[in-house]
Design a protein around this ligand. Structure first.
Ligand code: SF4
Length: 374
């Protein structure tokens, strides 16, 4: 597989599809090339890390977390070629414990079945890395990995619009740094993180990701798996699949500008292994954009914004949202400010505040409904 290539495979037997696409895109060769670059003769000695997306304890069918079948396929492919020093590493988002997602999403069973250790990045130590001029705290497990296989879910995101290869690396920073990312506006730190954690190979779970929300709930079935070597290129391609341009997703553009990869999708070679399926990828309506006009968001945490949007969509469906007399403030950037309506403890000084950190969707919906109806 070459740097400007993206491979795709469609089907419903996710483990077999994964093994097939890894054979076609020659993962083994990529590991060998890395070993050679590191001056290691025996490539099977490389410490391989697999980074899935276990953002929260929800089933993969909800569209937020990486299917275990995909990771099982990667492990089987590697173990069949004597790559046995494998670990899985991940840290869930701030609102949930990785240990819950590890069990609930089937990773405990997976790790036991294949005798592969799991590293909970939320419990790991961390160290400062200069990521192209921006200091970022990165989990220590990254230093114990020679070859990193990133296995993100292709999803929508209510703040950054897409999340895939680049943003999935946020699971390898401590919770304190995740909060800090939000206070820095997400795009710049995500782009710079691509310089602090090198992704060697990407396997995208594009089976049924939620194309609106990072935490899932509205899966869109595509039954596709993609592979690539360049995280920026694959994210740029995801922008295209979702009807966006690279300019629409600032961190992808920025990651390209600081040298983490190419955004040149037009010159990429997209190879459909089982051919004839590309028409399944028609861009679709983005629900989040429908209600964005009602929100004044400044540096909000993902979990907080993700709670708000479904509540607004419900109010919109009931014809109530348009009756709001003010924009809704949300995010750490509103701390200490005053105003009319706010969501979360960061807006506690507002005249009307739905408290919580983060408040849940049901609570937000009920409180805003009461406010609107007087
Ligand atoms: S209130 Fe919301 S934005 Fe503020 S810290 Fe809590 S979760 Fe984050």
């Amino acid at each position: 597989m070459l740097q400007h290539e993206i491979y795709k495979i469609y089907g419903t037997d996710y483990k077999d599809m994964t093994i097939r696409i890894l054979e076609e895109s020659n993962l083994q060769e990529a590991v060998r090339n890395k070993a050679e670059a590191m001056g290691i003769n025996d490539a099977t000695q490389l410490r391989i890390g697999i980074k899935p997306n276990l953002v929260a304890p929800t089933p993969a069918s909800f569209g937020a977390t990486t299917h275990t079948e995909v990771v099982a396929g990667i492990i089987e492919y590697l173990q069949a070629r004597d790559f046995n020093d494998i670990k899985i590493a991940e840290g869930s988002w701030v609102g949930d414990k990785t240990s819950d997602a590890y069990e609930f999403c089937g990773y405990k069973t997976l790790c036991e079945n294949y005798d592969v250790p799991f590293v909970d990045a939320q419990k790991d130590g961390h160290h400062t890395v200069d990521c192209n001029g921006l200091d970022i705290e990165i989990c220590d497990v990254v230093n114990d990995i020679d070859f990193l296989i990133n296995v993100p879910v292709m999803k929508g995101h209510c703040q950054t619009r897409i999340t895939c290869a680049l943003k999935n690396m946020k699971g390898l920073i401590p919770n304190t740094e995740k909060r800090h990312f939000h206070s820095m506006g997400l795009h710049r730190p995500i782009a710079h993180l691509s310089q602090g954690i090198h992704q060697d190979f990407i396997v995208v779970d594009h089976i049924c990701g939620d194309l609106d929300f990072e935490e899932g709930g509205n899966p869109v079935v595509r039954n596709c798996i993609m592979t690539a070597l360049d995280p920026v290129l694959v994210d740029a391609y995801v922008c295209k699949l979702m009807g966006l341009t690279v300019e629409d997703v600032e961190y992808v553009k920025l990651a390209g500008e600081i040298g983490s990869g190419s955004t040149d999708v037009e010159h990429a070679r997209i190879y459909d292994i089982n051919e004839g399926n590309m028409d399944k990828e028609a861009p679709r309506d983005n629900k989040v954009l429908r209600v964005k006009y009602a929100v004044n968001e400044v540096d909000s945490c993902s979990a907080c914004y993700a709670s708000l949007v479904p509540a607004l969509l419900q109010l919109e469906e009931e014809g109530l949202l348009e009756k709001l007399d003010s924009q809704i403030a949300i995010g750490q950037g509103h701390q200490g400010e005053t105003g009319k309506i706010g969501i979360g403890k960061c807006t506690r000084n507002f005249d009307f505040c739905v408290m919580g950190c983060p408040p849940d969707t049901e609570h937000i919906y009920e409180e805003l409904k009461k406010y609107i109806l007087g």
